[in-house]
Design a protein around this ligand. Sequence first.
Ligand code: IMP
Length: 180
Amino acid sequence: MYNSDIEKILVSNAEIAKRAEEIAAQINADYKGKPILVVGILRGASIFLADIFKRLEGDVELDFMSLSSYGSGTNSSGEVKMIKDLSEPVDGKNVLIIEDIIDTGITLSYLIKVLEARNPESIKLCALLDKPSRRKVELKGDYIGFEIPDEYVVGYGLDYAEKYRNLPDVCVLSKTVYEK
Ligand code: IMP
């Protein structure tokens, strides 16, 4: 189905669909109808975010932020830039961040610090993927789709140099693509 840029499918579309339903049910049970401000991190989280967001119950708002800690390669630069801030204030709100992947943790720990300074009622973190073996700063997600090994993955919103976001599965990118 995929060309030689893709080594293998790591998490299939069907597995993601099932897990997204479970996570959304857990979030609904935990918040029990309390209002939630969902903060989507552009651009990688957009596909997974829709899976979760449409299943949330009660009073739910949606806002987006764009951050970057990667150049066009497969390793974080370690320096986080805010490209787009939220459109609305977060003070007094229950913020639920939805991200594509927690890798070193640098991007999200920066984001959580920025949001904490704005006095939200609470902050929780949901991510489709987690690579715990790559962590450089301590950070734990509240809702994790799948723990994965230290492989560079693309698809389901995740990119390499802005490509492959449209693949329906989470796939391991062939090293030949970035070790040229
Ligand atoms: P962190 O700051 O190292 O945790 O990096 C988080 C960001 O790096 C994610 O939001 C992704 O955009 C990107 N990233 C980390 N690992 C991968 C990967 O395997 N594939 C695609 N993007 C990744």
